[in-house]
Write a protein that binds this ligand. Structure first.
Ligand SMILES: [Zn+2]
Length: 338
């Protein structure tokens, strides 16, 4: 029995010495001191086989052994904790630079749309959206472009089937809004449009427009001019001048193309404005009564103005981008600049 106790003592000392971590110590604690299968428990169970007079002596030895193992485990545990703490300190090098978290940013097109929205919301306009897949009716007919209207040929479209196409403009949203509610209306409709254009520095088959529409009693061409002047001054600065040139659109009468003084050369003439000093930025006009008839508005009582602008064009002018293709190549070196 004594030999057995000595043997356990040696083994325990040896193994506790070799323990590497908390987990090793836990296992040793269970192995030697465990209540059910621990070595000491098993010796205690054998006590009943000893002669009666030996029991107190052996019992004392076993208690001492138990205390010794507990002490050893405690010491080793403290040692390990100390050691780990030291290593922890050494593994943190506070002179290393911090990790940089990559920040995303908004695409310049999105930024431009947000800016346009902000300006028109300030004028009391609401933001609406319409479907990109349109019917011929909304994309053409309701906008005063009947089947054989020349403007329909001009717009080489992406047809999905005989009656549906990818919208060539955001103007169909005007019709969808007016069908649902009566005047007064003040909306802008940003979104994607599609035309079968060959890709070059200023054309892309997918592009963005913002459509605007205001309908009420006593709306005049002056209201249109005032709203667009406010927009241009907010977008390009107070010194930017505007010019309205007579033009033609099937769904407005009268119609105008709106130019701004070149923001690069301030009107002197440069490469961007082809030496003219002016840049065309949008089309606008008073809503043609024929369009109002299609949505059952009283053409005697109500007037309206509408405008449409190309977001890519405005974005390129605002940020000095000279090729539309840059906007859609997803080159981070380009996109990081905005
Ligand atoms: Zn210029």
């Amino acid at each position: 029995m004594r030999q057995n106790i000595e043997k356990i003592k040696r083994e325990a000392e040896e193994r506790i010495d070799k323990a590497q971590n908390e987990k090793d110590l836990k296992e040793l604690q269970i192995k030697f001191l465990g209540r059910r299968q621990g070595e000491i428990t098993q010796i205690l169970r054998n006590m009943k086989n000893l002669p009666f007079e030996d029991r107190p002596i052996i019992g004392k030895l076993i208690n001492e052994l138990k205390e010794e193992i507990e002490k050893k485990l405690r010491e080793k545990r403290n040692e390990i904790i100390k050691e780990e703490g030291k290593e922890g300190e050494e593994s943190i090098d506070i002179t290393l630079p911090g990790k940089r978290i990559p920040l995303g940013r908004l695409h310049p097109i999105t930024q431009t749309i947000e800016e346009i929205k902000r300006i028109f919301i300030g004028l009391g306009f609401q933001i609406v959206r319409g479907p990109e897949l349109e019917t011929e009716y909304y994309n053409f007919e309701a906008l005063n472009m009947p089947r054989y209207h020349p403007a329909r040929d001009e717009q080489d479209s992406f047809y999905i089937n005989d009656t549906h196409l990818l919208r060539t403009q955001t103007s169909p949203v005007q019709i969808r809004v007016m069908e649902k509610k009566g005047p007064p209306i003040r909306i802008i409709a940003p979104g994607k449009c599609y035309r079968r254009d060959a890709i070059d520095a200023s054309h892309f088959p997918m592009f963005h427009q913002v459509e605007g529409l205001a309908v009420d009693e006593n709306v005049t061409f002056s209201d249109l001019k005032g709203s667009l002047a406010y927009f241009v001054h907010q977008m390009f600065g107070k010194d930017t001048r505007l010019r309205f040139r007579p033009s033609f659109f099937p769904f407005t009468e009268p119609s105008a193309e709106v130019d701004i003084s070149c923001i690069m050369c301030k009107g002197k003439g440069c490469r961007v404005c082809s030496g003219k000093g002016w840049l065309e930025i949008l089309g606008a006009g008073m809503v043609d009564p024929e369009v109002f008839k299609n949505v059952n508005y009283d053409t005697e009582k109500y007037q309206g103005f509408a405008f449409g602008m190309g977001v890519e064009r405005i974005c390129m002018l605002k940020y000095g981008i000279d090729d539309i293709r840059l906007l859609f190549q997803n080159d981070l070196r380009f996109l990081k600049q905005f």
